[in-house]
Structure formats: C-alpha cells, structure tokens
Write a new protein. Structure first.
Lengths: 206, 208
C-alpha cells in the first residue's frame, strides 16, 4: 500500500471508524460532564487536540528512547506514561499562563482535567502496545504514524463531542418523561448517535 | 465496626460510583459486552481500589499537600501494573479482551476520586471499607450489565470456557445489545432505575 494512502486510512480509521468516544467508550466522563454547553465543549476539544499531540509525542520518545533501551518497557510503562503526561500538562499550563494569557483563559481550566482524561493515556498506550484499536496494521507505530494516529483520535474526539453537545442542547427543550430527565436521557441520545457510528464501521473495509 | 458497615453500604447504594456519582463510566460501558471480562475488570478495580486506599491512608500523615496528586497516581500506577502483569500471565484470554482498559484503571476517576475524597482523610480500616464498598458497587453494576448483555444478546453465558446458561441454538437475540449502542441504552435505564430507587431510600431515611 502506498504510504500516503496508508496514513490517510490511519487518520480516518482513528477519527471515525474507531471513534474514541462513541465506539470505544474512552473518555466518557468528560463526554457527559462538559457536553451541556457548546462554548466549553469547543474549548475542551481544542485543548484535547493540543495536549494529546504533545503528550503522545513525549510518551513515544520516552518509551523508545528510555524505557526500551533500559529493558523496563514491559512493567514500567504505566507509571512512566502517566507521570510524563501529568508533568507535561503542568508545564503547558505554566507556560501558557506566563506567555499567552489569552490562550490560557480559553483553555486553562480544561488542562488539569485532561491529565485524568483517559483518551490521552489510551492514545499514548496504543501507539506502543496492542490495544483496542482494531485495524489490520502492525502495532508499534513509527513517530510519524503515531502523530497521524493521535491527530485522528483527537479530531474524532472533538467531532463527536460537538455533535453530542448540539444534540443535548436541543434535548434540553424537548418533552422527556420525568424519570428519564437529565443524564438517563443523555445516555439514550448517545446510544442513537453511536448507532450512526456503526454505519461508518465498514467504511473502506476498515 | 458500625461505621465500617455504614461506609461499606454507602458504596453499594446511596453513593454508588457509577449510577449516583457518575464516575468511572468509560470502562463500565466498554467491557460489559462479556460477563467474564466485566467480572475480571470488577475484581481488578476492587484490588486496586482497596490496596491504593490502604497505602494512601497509611502514608497520609507524611504526604505533603502540594504534591499529593502525583503521589496518589504513582501509588495507583504501581498496583495497576501488578494487575496488568498478573492478568497477562495467568488469564491471557481475559487480558486480550480487556486490552487497554487495564492500564486505564490508573486514570479511572473512581480510584483517584476515592483516594482524594476518602482515603486521604480517613484511617486505614475505614479506607478498606470504602474500597470494598465502592469496588463492590462498581462490580455489581458492571458484572450485572455484562451478564445481561451477553445472555440476552448472544443467548448463552460463558465463563472461562464453560457455558453457564444457554437458551439453545434457536435463540436469536437482539444484536444491538452486544454492540456499543446497547451499552449506552441499557445504562441510561439503569441510571433512571437507580435514581428512582435512591429517591425512595432517601425519603424513607427522612421519614425515620
């Protein structure tokens, strides 16, 4: 397969076919937590794209540059990745506060939340370890593939989050049975949205 | 002792992490397609929760307030690594089904949330009770959901290679239960049900 085709398939596969929120249930806490307001949803999506790209580059370098040569990749990757991500988010926050107050105001409050956002750790782990990502491509991405893959995951996250937020804003004014009001109805709406994503399942035979 | 039981009970109903506090959702919905996998996931979470609660509560007097979160995360990550390696070694089929969800226990909001909200402020014994209660509350929902989805979706319940219950080959279940929308849909109804139940429990408590 041509390299560009392969990368394009990787991007689409990560963003739509294996959508991190609706077909793999990763990072649902934030999905239900912040999807009641379009403004915060946009801020969170942008922050996730930014942090995820940084974090998975850093963990990839940490894994292949440090853990594998030292022979501890097998049993130290979990603590190492989470520490790298937590430290990185902290630095980004400090840097933004000092040098880019406008960006900090827009993204700042989401940054600490992202540390415990499973999506970041999941993407970082899957780039180097076999995980849920069901595509017939070898695991152990190169750095370039890793970047494309992470971009796909993050954009897929943002797109699904914005779709769902728009849905929930409409749902607020819809007549709903009393017992289902609020979160139960949000889950049912998410079920319908994720049925839509099943349709993407056989896209390009991925 | 009375307090121990009260804390334990809280995790099961009034403060159930999944249906009331709404944390730790991701893993619940994802791994509940199979009973076996969801049961192992529940056990893994109970183990990590109890052990990390004990350790965090034991060192809480020497833990500086400013760096407590990184310390919690490292403690939790250590226990998750134990689970990761044990499952990989002894239950390879379960390990490949759970996949990325085992490392993701580190960022499972239940574990970090209980460390911060409970173990950091309470003694070791109470923290054990809280770990068991919260863990059981999680396991109950996730294993129940897993059993329901597998039984009615595929018509039989398989545990470590043995078929426990089967409706026979003629049964054709609703396929949606096994797919991801089924998890969202069922969980929505579980939340609605448990909310109605809790409302009744609270009303009874107030009446007493």
């Amino acid at each position: 397969m041509h390299v560009v085709t392969q990368l394009a398939l990787l991007l689409i596969g990560a963003a739509l076919v294996n959508n991190i929120l609706l077909t793999r249930f990763i990072a649902l806490c934030s999905f239900f937590g912040i999807s009641d307001n379009m403004h915060t949803a946009i801020g969170m999506s942008l922050a996730v794209i930014f942090v995820m790209m940084l974090a998975s580059t850093a963990t990839w370098i940490a894994y292949y540059g440090m853990l594998v040569p030292l022979g501890v990749g097998e049993f130290l990757y979990i603590p190492a990745f989470i520490l790298v991500i937590a430290a990185l988010v902290q630095f980004v926050e400090m840097y933004l506060r000092k040098y880019s107050p406008a960006l900090y105001r827009a993204m700042g409050i989401y940054l600490p939340l992202i540390t415990t956002n499973c999506a970041v750790l999941a993407a970082a782990t899957e780039a180097v370890k076999p995980g849920f990502f069901k595509m017939n491509m070898a695991y152990g991405f190169t750095l370039g593939e890793n970047l494309i893959y992470t971009l796909g995951v993050a954009v897929g996250y943002g797109f699904a989050l914005l779709c769902f937020t728009a849905l929930r804003e409409r749902l607020d004014i819809a007549p709903v049975p009393n017992v289902l009001k609020g979160t139960p109805m949000a889950f049912i709406a998410a079920a319908l949205l994720s049925i839509g994503y099943i349709g993407l399942g056989s896209l390009f035979g991925l | 002792m009375k307090q121990f039981v009260a804390v334990l009970k809280n995790g099961l109903s009034l403060e159930n992490p999944l249906t009331v506090l709404m944390i730790g959702l991701c893993s619940t919905l994802a791994v509940s397609a199979k009973f076996e996998g969801s049961l192992f996931m529940g056990i893994a979470v109970i183990f990590v929760l109890v052990m990390s609660n004990v350790l965090i509560s034991a060192v809480r007097k020497f833990t500086p307030d400013e760096v407590r979160i990184p310390i919690f995360i490292v403690i939790i990550a250590a226990f998750v690594t134990i689970v990761d390696l044990v499952l990989k070694g002894y239950f390879p089929s379960v390990y490949s089904f759970l996949g990325v969800w085992i490392p993701l226990i580190v960022v499972n909001c239940i574990v970090l949330g209980r460390a911060e909200a409970f173990a950091y402020h309470n003694g070791v014994m109470l923290s054990i009770a809280d770990g068991i209660g919260m863990g059981l509350g999680y396991t109950l929902i996730i294993a129940g959901l897993g059993a329901f989805r597998e039984l009615f979706g595929s018509g039989s319940l398989v545990f470590l290679g043995n078929t426990l219950v089967s409706f026979g080959p003629a049964y054709r279940g609703p396929n949606i239960l096994l797919l991801f929308p089924g998890a969202f849909l069922l969980f929505g109804f579980i939340v609605a049900g448990s909310r109605a139940l809790n409302r009744r429990l609270t009303a009874r408590k107030e009446a007493m």
